[in-house]
Design a protein. Structure first.
Length: 308
């Protein structure tokens, strides 16, 4: 990091170099990294919940025009707080040394046109593509820390910040593509989650349920799925799903870990990486869709859950 780089957000090629180098590594099939377990069938606890059985073709909603948007995160709040609605769309371009800009759009159509209604400048720079918006707050990992913070979108201030004990950060336990994706936040029907790993877990994915106000950890699960062995992950109805590859055009959803039973099982649900560089994927429980960022492109995937 260069002295004085905090002055103005600007692109520094160094993080991009780090991230791009990851794509040259040989991807090890995660099936080789999963230990044998007694496999249980996940059961949906909530009304309308079920197992993921199908992911459709990606639909492009918008495209980032500058190099800062090769990687990023975009989202809608499934449980918004006024004046925001379920249509309010949020976006962060994450290539750079000082990622502080949160773009606000009135709807996804406005995002497609590229003109934000407002630009929030975060009081702390954000690390990577793990952020989510939930109940009127942006939840993100401040750069160079193992903490999670809540930025209140109405008050435009950080209202909570808490370290995730022993969590790897800044390149210790990223997803396969790199990008400092050590700490990944997620939202499903049951609330707010953080996905990470620790030395104790030896690089396996650890899941913790967070209180959305205080960020206190309510409960933690340790899986047997290697975090570096998968491209990304998301949570639906309390079950973690992982994506096999960030660059293969015909990837799969290859594992599920059910927090209700504490068991993993292998899957092979087709998943398309249309633009060949998936840096973010999240589930939106209000829309029942996956939101993803694939090499400058903001896309959604329709999904189908089994009937319980």
């Amino acid at each position: 990091r260069k002295p004085g780089s905090a002055a103005a957000p600007r692109w520094d090629p160094q993080p991009l170099t780090f991230q791009e180098l990851q794509s040259e590594r040989t991807e090890v099939p995660a099936s080789q990294l999963l230990e044998e377990t007694a496999l249980g069938r996940p059961r949906g606890e909530d009304s309308g919940c079920g197992e993921l059985v199908w992911v459709g073709e990606p639909v492009v909603f918008g495209r980032a025009e500058s190099i800062a948007g090769k990687y990023g995160v975009w989202m809608k709040d499934p449980e918004p707080v006024a004046p925001f609605t379920r249509e309010t769309t949020w976006r962060v371009d994450t290539v750079g040394t000082e990622v502080r800009q949160l773009f606000q759009y009135e709807a996804a159509e406005q995002l497609a046109q590229g003109y934000p209604a407002k630009v929030h400048i975060l009081p702390q720079p954000l690390e990577s593509t793990g952020a989510v918006v939930y109940r009127g707050g942006l939840f993100f990992q401040p750069r160079g820390s193992r903490a999670v913070a809540r930025y209140d979108l109405r008050g435009e201030a950080v209202t909570a910040e808490r370290e995730i004990p022993e969590a790897g950060f800044h390149g210790q336990y990223p997803y396969a593509w790199g990008g400092y994706t050590d700490i990944d936040l997620a939202v499903d029907e049951t609330g707010l989650w953080v996905i990470y790993s620790t030395d104790k877990a030896r690089g396996a994915i650890v899941l913790s349920k967070l209180d959305p106000e205080s960020l206190q950890i309510r409960r933690t699960w340790e899986t047997n799925i290697r975090k570096r062995g998968v491209a990304n992950s998301f949570i639906i109805c309390g079950t973690l799903y992982t994506v096999s590859s960030y660059s293969a055009p015909n990837a799969t959803i290859n594992f599920a870990y059910n927090t209700a039973t504490g068991t993993s099982r292998a899957l092979s649900i087709p998943f398309k990486n249309r633009f060949r560089y998936l840096s973010m994927v999240d589930y939106n429980p209000a829309e029942r869709q996956l939101f993803a960022w694939d090499s400058f492109n903001m896309v959604t995937y329709p999904i189908r859950l089994s009937q319980m």
